[in-house]
Design a protein around this ligand. Structure first.
Ligand SMILES: *Cc1c(COP(=O)(O)O)cnc(C)c1O
Length: 363
């Protein structure tokens, strides 16, 4: 039986249609601006998000790091949620690459407010760090794929602007938010007032590689210098961009199916295991399981699931994350619930000495 891989929406394999698009891509030297497919992808995403220009990057992490490097100088401070990707899973790149400090706010949802921004902005003094940039995530990943409403997101960008700060939207799962709400990519990005924004192609869109960072012409000019320095300039990258163009045509609307399956998993689990999962918090493709009520830590729970043929991510001592995606069918969702129920009924015990956790590495 096939393994049900719910660790992340990064776990998808390119479909045959996508592989055909890759094989047939018209290509050139990306670094010289001569790859027609990369240029088409960048123009399309810049237009969708409402910006003058865009660049193609190998990863969303590089888009965040370039955003920080362009908007900030060493000694500046970035404001974001404590659960955010730039705080937890970018190797402290803000500090290591940009010399930038992070001032984060703890929320239950990953969605901070304009008031939080005003509260966290420091007064201009000779002694304090200089507040410089605000970075929300649409959707907020580690607290369950929660969606910012257009009003809340716009208020945060406006608060940044009013305080003299720049704003950068981490849109790793932007399309999950547009599909869930009916707002457009433009609404959440340039429309909401963000100075820069990016989308990931390798999450729910199902591409093997790639992200697109957007901003003003000047911003992208500077961003290119960092992309080059960081080793992000490519050659015949049209092979990758073709996958992105294909995904924008074929894999955006279908995200609604991922959301339905995530919701169905959460609702079925809540029927008899309400203490494990809260379906009212499942707004997109991410389900958080809390194992604390079972007396089993998350690592052991994940190991037991793996033995039953299902992979998920450990994101805390008693927290697990499931993400539905392109390669998860209705049948997989049904089986996932059966496995979780079975594992929830197993007796509590501590993890064996040396019991490994491959899951953690894939967050
Ligand atoms: C995955 C992710 C990133 C980084 O994207 P990669 O393409 O994996 O480098 C950044 N922010 C959020 C919210 C993410 O989920």
């Amino acid at each position: 039986m096939n393994v049900i891989n719910l660790m992340s929406d990064t776990q998808t394999k390119p479909t045959s249609g996508m592989r055909r698009a890759i094989a047939e891509a018209d290509v050139g030297d990306e670094q010289s601006g001569l790859d027609p497919t990369v240029n088409r992808l960048c123009a399309r995403v810049a237009d969708m998000l409402g910006y003058e220009d865009a660049l193609f990057a190998p990863s969303g992490t590089m888009c965040n790091q370039i955003g920080i490097l362009v908007h900030c100088a060493a000694g500046d401070e970035v404001i974001c949620d404590a659960s955010s990707h730039i705080v937890n899973t970018e190797g402290a790149g803000a500090a290591a690459l940009a010399g930038v400090a992070i001032r984060s706010v703890e929320t239950r949802t990953g969605l901070f407010t304009a008031e939080d921004v005003r509260h966290l902005v420091r007064p201009r003094t000779r002694t304090g760090p200089r507040s410089r940039l605000v970075v929300p995530e649409q959707t907020a990943n580690f607290l369950g794929g929660r969606v910012w409403s257009l009003a809340k997101l716009s208020e945060v960008a406006a608060a940044a602007r009013d305080c003299g700060l720049a704003s950068h939207l981490d849109g790793a799962r932007l399309f999950n938010a547009t599909v869930a709400t009916g707002s457009t990519p433009y609404d959440f990005c340039a429309g909401a007032g963000f100075d820069s924004a990016w989308i990931d192609l390798s999450k729910g869109l199902g591409c093997p590689v790639g992200a697109v960072l957007c901003g003003s012409r000047d911003f992208i000019e500077e961003a290119w210098r960092w992309k080059y320095r960081l080793g992000g300039a490519m050659r015949q990258a049209g092979m990758l961009a073709a996958a992105g163009l294909y995904a924008l045509d074929m894999h955006v609307d279908r995200l609604a199916e991922d959301h339905e399956r995530a919701r169905a998993i959460a609702e079925r689990l809540a029927e008899d295991n309400g203490y494990v999962v809260d379906p009212t918090q499942v707004e997109t493709n991410i389900v958080i399981l809390d194992t604390s009520g079972l007396g089993v830590d998350a690592t052991l729970f994940a190991s037991r699931c793996r033995e039953e043929g299902m992979l998920l991510s450990v994101i805390g001592e008693a927290r697990l994350r499931l993400i539905t995606h392109l390669d998860i069918s209705d049948d997989d969702a049904v089986r996932a619930v059966e496995i979780i129920r079975k594992v929830s009924d197993m007796p509590a015990r501590s993890p064996r000495e040396g019991e490994d956790n491959v899951h953690e590495r894939y967050i």
